[in-house]
Design a protein around this ligand. Structure first.
Ligand code: IMP
Length: 183
């Protein structure tokens, strides 16, 4: 588990406290990248980023994987404000078939798990050689369905987090670390 850095920053009207500083993110992402490179050597690997939250994590992660790979994205709408709605829709689909490929779904955070379990089901129908989940963050106390998260960056408490790609109402994605908004 990570150490908590008690730094606070203001972005516009929001006061955000650092939960996972940049150096820890960098170090953990590099470890995951090395693990993936070991596990997928010689396999046709496709990283699929879930837009938009996984963007920053994916950009760093892919450069930490020293293997040939391809990249694709899916867009999902399921989250309004700070709570899940339970309704999930694909707003952007893959650009290439994944049949016979080894797929890693890259997500910013697995909260209740509903989004990822829905997505895994859709992906398995498409005949990939394998599908694994890689999530930067997991909130174990919020889990409503079990999701096999093979690669996980950090487990965090039940707090709403922002930064490093994660947003609150579309903002705060560009903070270089993961933080918690102080009300
Ligand atoms: P789940 O279906 O409840 O697992 O929610 C997954 C999605 O909800 C994630 O991909 C995020 O987009 C969003 N989400 C869940 N928790 C947070 C959070 O703490 N901060 C920002 N987004 C979150």
């Amino acid at each position: 588990m990570h150490e908590v850095e008690r730094a606070v920053r203001r972005q516009g009207a929001d006061v955000v406290e650092v939960l996972i500083p940049e150096a820890q993110l960098r170090q953990r992402v590099e470890e995951i990248g090395r693990e993936i490179a070991r596990d997928y050597q010689g396999k046709p690997l496709v990283l699929v980023g879930v837009l938009k939250g996984a963007l920053v994590f994916l950009a760093d992660l892919m450069r930490a994987i020293d293997l040939p790979l391809t990249l694709d994205f899916v867009g999902l709408s399921s989250y309004v404000g700070t709570r899940t709605t339970g309704r999930i829709e694909l707003t952007a689909d893959l650009t290439r078939p994944i049949e016979g490929k080894h797929v890693i779904l890259v997500e910013d955070i697995v909260d209740t798990g509903l989004t990822m379990s829905w997505l895994l089901e859709r992906f398995r129908e498409r005949g990939p050689a394998s599908v694994a989940v890689c999530a930067l963050l997991v909130k174990p106390s919020r889990a409503r369905v079990e999701v096999p998260v093979r690669y996980r960056g950090f487990e965090i408490a039940d707090e709403f987090v922002v930064g490093y790609g994660l947003d609150r109402d579309g903002r705060l994605r560009n903070l270089p670390w993961v933080g918690v908004v102080k009300e």
